[in-house]
Ligand binder design. Structure first.
Ligand SMILES: *Cc1c(COP(=O)(O)O)cnc(C)c1O
Ligand SMILES: [Zn+2]
Length: 417
């Protein structure tokens, strides 16, 4: 039985009021002694737990470390991540016909994706544990973030990438920040299998979202959304729609809200409904939710233009399935054409995102059309990465430049009146 309750006695393993607990069997683990990613007892996922959970008044400053009171360490390896904008999107709001729509644009982080929020915490914990080489499997953005934060911490970084399936901007970042980049003849899930094995052998410290400390940083997306939405509208949003790859954010947002309930900031029935969106060519999580399963079955063959969510086995499913169910949410699959249309729509409201990010808006449209999202709802769509991450996809979704002769009249002719 998955146990996501946060209250309970402080175990002997706790350090500074922090420990790890297995979400299935309750086994507790010391947080900073040696790298631990899964329960040694039953193999399920671990989650950070605290002696104290804080209300919003406990927080000051800006960005991820505004929430230091809710973090496992006092400070991070920081490049000033977080504090991303919560935009209005008037055209999409009017067209989909919801009461309120805001876009939480995580592409505005230092390396252009939300992965920075996890790395500022995870790389700091790596320092505290005292590990050597840092590593991840990545569809691109995790490698860009790990390369940057590893460089900042002066640590060696190793990234495993599915060959030919990583967008150009992300490769450029990992390259310039000095990661050792290995392209594997396989998909993301194969890369994660390999790097997990390296972590089990003690060769590397794993910074995929299997790492419970990364999700503590990503939890701040949820805390920021609550604070910003309250500030802009006076309300807590009814629903958050987000792209799902490994389902780390789905789990992390739920953790943020469970902590706010524990701190008596939110009532149980005020917790936003979590709604996951996957690309139709990589939708194992949607399959599990729609079929009422408690586990996901790995899809061996996955394909989508939204390469950041081209994942066949979401590792955080044991956390994310209860997150979606307990908040009364759902999961939906969208076609690549629907994703590209949403990418254009966001661009028309001035918001530039990569394809995976636009999946949230595509999912909103689909569920609103089906009547599953109501006209009275206040909704936040999460956009996870910046347009420049995947310039090729952006150019393909946009229009081509026209070549003109070198003269004012030719330019005027071509530009029209
Ligand atoms: C990593 C990533 C995702 C997937 O997020 P999960 O937390 O693994 O579900 C979605 N979009 C972008 C742009 C990403 O980089
Ligand atoms: Zn266990």
């Amino acid at each position: 039985m998955t146990d996501l309750s946060l209250s309970g006695p402080v175990p002997d393993e706790a350090t500074d009021g922090v420990w790890l607990a297995c979400i299935e069997c309750g086994e507790t683990v010391a947080p900073f002694e040696e790298p631990t990613y899964k329960c040694a007892n039953c193999g399920s996922l671990l989650e950070a737990r605290y002696e104290d959970y804080h209300d919003l008044d406990a927080f000051s400053g800006s960005g991820v470390w505004r929430y230091d009171a809710a973090m496992p360490v006092d400070d991070g390896v920081t490049i000033q991540e977080g504090n991303t904008p919560l935009y209005e999107a008037p055209t999409i709001e009017a067209e989909t016909g919801v009461a309120d729509l805001r876009i939480k644009h995580e592409g505005m982080n230092p390396t252009g994706s939300f992965k920075d929020r996890g790395m500022t915490v995870g790389v700091r914990v790596a320092e505290r544990i005292g590990v050597g080489r840092l590593a991840c499997a990545s569809t691109g953005n995790t490698s860009a973030a790990l390369a940057a934060y590893g460089a900042r911490a002066d640590k060696e970084t190793l990234v495993l990438l599915p060959e030919g399936k990583v967008a150009e901007g992300k490769l450029a970042q990992a390259s310039l920040h000095g990661a050792t980049m290995l392209e594997v003849d396989g998909n993301f899930d194969d890369c994660l299998d390999i790097v997990s094995e390296l972590a089990d052998r003690g060769e590397v410290y794993l910074l995929n979202s299997l790492n419970p400390f990364r999700l503590e940083g990503q939890k701040t997306i949820g805390l920021e959304i609550i604070e910003q939405f309250l500030d802009q509208t006076g309300d807590v949003p009814d629903r958050i729609v987000l792209p799902v790859g490994n389902a780390g954010n789905t789990a992390a947002l739920h953790k943020a809200f469970r902590e706010l309930v524990e701190a008596e900031v939110l009532e149980d029935d005020e917790v936003p409904v979590l709604t996951g969106v996957q690309a139709a060519g990589a939708a194992p999580m949607v399959e599990a939710i729609q079929e009422g399963n408690d586990t996901v079955t790995r899809w061996e063959d996955v394909e989508t233009r939204a390469t950041a969510i081209r994942i066949g086995e979401p590792v955080n499913a044991p956390k994310a399935i209860p997150a979606i169910r307990q908040t009364g949410g759902t999961a939906v699959a969208v076609e690549d054409e629907e994703i590209t249309r949403a990418q254009r729509d966001l661009a028309a409201d001035g918001i530039g995102v990569e394809p995976a990010s636009a999946a949230s808006v595509a999912g909103l449209r689909k569920l609103r059309t089906a009547g599953e999202i109501g006209a009275d709802e206040q909704v936040v769509c999460l956009t996870t990465g910046h347009l420049l991450k995947d310039p090729e996809a952006a150019a393909a979704a946009g229009s081509d430049p026209q070549t003109v002769p070198n003269s004012v009249s030719a330019v005027l002719d071509a530009a029209g009146d």
